[in-house]
Design a binder for this molecule. Structure first.
Ligand code: ZN
Length: 246
């Protein structure tokens, strides 16, 4: 089975369409969506329709999905994220609001190989941004491969099963062969708002038969997304950051 993996699309239609076209050319069977489908950019309804059309094998909600559909308050959000959430709440159709409200909490077990979550397998909203959190996530994950998002940084953490935590390694390879006896924690990077210094859209394909994860980065019409953000009056910084990938 070849799984297309999408996370942190954040209503960026141009980035999503670029990833979908590339993934279709490479070929995939099913899709896995790791949350934060909306928030920040201006096409939440269109992006939800694209995701619905994929009929994902598994999908989890992200923190922005929860706030944008009103099931959680924007308490932890900064001013910019909050204004994007408020804008998104008013832009979403009633049907799409309902759809977002019904999204399940992670983690979700997909098959014998894969588990997915938004932030981490121990807390859907936790950020895995250092070795300690990565070790905690790897130890609580129930499958050899745990896919996560939330940080908008593409990264792979690898740990030998049952080994000392000191053997943890963080890698930035674009191809990750899944070896027996190891556990993997992979963030493909954000489709719609990369923050790892590479402005290109990010996604992954997991081939469960070949036991291989492939990460991809793609150019897309950033100027178009930026122009839409400015046009609806969202904070300028949301347009600027797309250009630098931060
Ligand atoms: Zn996000």
């Amino acid at each position: 089975m070849r799984y297309l993996v999408l996370t942190d699309v954040h209503a960026n239609l141009e980035a999503l369409d670029s990833c979908l076209a590339d993934a279709r050319a490479r070929g995939f069977d099913r899709s896995l969506v790791l949350g934060d489908i909306v928030g920040y950019a201006t096409n939440p309804n269109e992006v939800i329709e694209r995701v619905q059309a994929l009929e994902p094998a598994a999908i989890v909600r992200g923190n922005h999905d929860k706030v944008a559909c009103g099931i959680e308050q924007a308490d932890g959000f900064n001013v910019v994220a909050r204004s994007a959430a408020v804008w998104t709440l008013t832009a979403l159709t009633p049907e799409h609001l309902e759809w977002l409200r019904a999204l399940p909490r992670g983690p979700i077990i997909v098959d014998d190989l894969i588990e997915i979550c938004h932030g981490s397998p121990f807390d859907e909203d936790a950020y895995i941004s250092d070795d300690l959190e990565a070790i905690r996530a790897l130890k609580s994950s129930q499958r050899p491969l745990c896919l996560f998002g939330h940080t908008h940084h593409a990264v792979t953490f690898e740990l030998a099963r049952g080994a000392d935590s000191a053997t943890l390694s963080a890698r930035h390879d674009m191809q990750i062969p899944l070896l027996d006896g190891f556990k993997y924690l992979v963030n493909p990077g954000s489709v719609g708002q990369p923050r790892d210094g590479d402005a290109r859209a990010a996604y992954a394909i997991v081939d469960s038969d070949r036991r291989l994860v492939e990460l991809f980065r793609l150019d897309y019409a950033i100027e178009e997304t930026q122009a839409k953000i400015l046009k609806v009056g969202l904070p300028e910084v949301l347009a600027q950051r797309l250009g630098v990938g931060r």
